[in-house]
Design a protein. Structure first.
Length: 135
């Protein structure tokens, strides 16, 4: 079980990534952030190059959705991966491969994305996405 949220606060111009998982030391693999650039969560069969290369693409001005397209199109194991990204404009995008363990999915909203795998169901992601709007 893993789920994460990538979120951007446009007033503070700050990003955050939160992750919970059954896997040990998940915080060393899932979250990737760079000030004034964006934030990424890579999980499932995590590809650490999604973090490094994704931040480089965002820094070059790629949107969140274009960054996901570039990262996944050349990855032969993309269907086993999951990634969520929020860029400098607060645009969010996510990808959930078809071979991620069920339940796997994502929800993209204004300034955030939540994604998860090996979950009880979609309602887990719905609750996480609703929690981000509580002030």
């Amino acid at each position: 079980m893993t789920f994460s949220i990538v979120i951007y606060d446009p007033e503070e111009k700050a990003w955050g990534v939160g992750v919970a998982s059954k896997f040990l030391a998940v915080g060393a693999f899932v979250p990737w952030l760079r000030p004034n650039v964006g934030a990424i969560a890579t999980q499932a069969l995590a590809n650490l190059t999604y973090g490094v290369n994704g931040l480089s693409l965002l820094e070059k001005g790629y949107s969140a959705s274009d960054t996901i397209r570039v990262l996944t199109e050349s990855d032969p194991l993309r269907e086993k991966r999951q990634v969520g990204i929020v860029d400098t404009k607060g645009s969010a995008a996510a990808f959930t491969g078809k071979e991620c363990y069920s339940y796997a999915g994502h929800i993209v909203g204004n300034n955030f994305t939540v994604q998860g795998n090996i979950l009880a169901g979609e309602e887990v992601l719905e609750r996480v996405s609703q929690a981000q709007i509580i002030e």
